[in-house]
Design a protein around this ligand. Structure first.
Ligand code: MG
Length: 251
């Protein structure tokens, strides 16, 4: 996902705050994909990171010491933090329906402009991006802001903290359900950012796309890894864990 680059009439232009790019119309709303004229989410000042420690049945993905839970661990671990570098980071394990906690920070010295400078993201099942972006002062198209369901829905509000401060996401994801090659229940996301609700069981329109409408493919994996995005910015992470969500009355 190369953030912000659009090719219109052969000329590469950036999708910017305040501008309507030449992208497909989103269903049910008057805006196009990555529409810079879509209303900016209302800003909500928060008290900052909500640091929930992993419960006993969680799978710890990063506790500050090592990258053992991840494949191709190119990222740097320093002072209890893991720092994005070189390429995407992907879990060894796969997941279907889950609760996840993750804390992230844009380094204070990053120069940011739109989708550049402070961009990462969490790909649920390797397919559905929850955006991470410096958004306290920086403006970008709303469906690409921090907590956005990238290219589909902006966050309900902007709960970002400034660069140099930690943020938390607590999310609940339910994978889509299929009967044969028919999608019968879309993927759903509930997300809290620093304790503030950004999505309430919101349905993904399909796996994340860039500059295109999302839709559900005929075949879809039952489970998938978590992928953290390398977008050429050294975004920092700590305290990452996940718990699979089962059904009632399971023993
Ligand atoms: Mg991203």
């Amino acid at each position: 996902m190369i953030g912000g680059l659009l090719v219109v009439g052969g000329i590469a232009t950036a999708a910017k705050f305040g501008e309507k790019p030449d992208n497909p119309q989103l269903p049910g709303v008057p805006w196009v994909v990555h529409d810079g004229t879509r209303p900016q989410p209302k800003k909500v000042e928060t008290q900052g990171v909500v640091s929930v420690l992993p419960p006993a049945d969680a799978k710890v993905l990063f506790d500050g010491t090592n990258l053992d839970a991840w494949t191709s661990p190119d990222w740097e671990v320093r002072d209890g933090i893991m720092i994005a570098a070189n390429k995407n980071l992907q879990t060894k394990d796969t997941f279907r329906d889950f609760q996840m906690h993750i804390e992230w920070r844009i380094p204070a010295d990053r120069e940011v402009d739109g989708q550049k400078g402070g961009n990462s993201g969490i790909f649920l099942m390797d397919l559905y991006e929850v955006q991470i972006l410096a958004c306290y002062e920086n403006k970008s198209y709303p469906d690409g802001q921090a907590g956005g369901m990238y290219g589909q829905y902006p966050p309900l509000v902007n709960a970002s903290r400034p660069k140099g401060e930690w943020n938390s996401y607590d999310l609940v994801f339910k994978a889509p359900r299929y009967e044969g090659e028919k999608m019968v229940e879309p993927a759903k996301l509930t997300l809290f950012h620093n304790g503030v609700l950004l999505h309430n069981a919101k349905e993904y329109q399909g796996p994340t796309q860039h500059k295109k409408l999302a839709s559900y493919p005929a075949t879809h994996p039952e489970r998938g890894p978590i992928r953290l995005q390398w977008h050429r910015d050294p975004v920092e992470y700590r305290n990452v864990w996940i718990r699979e969500v089962g059904d009632y009355d399971e023993e």
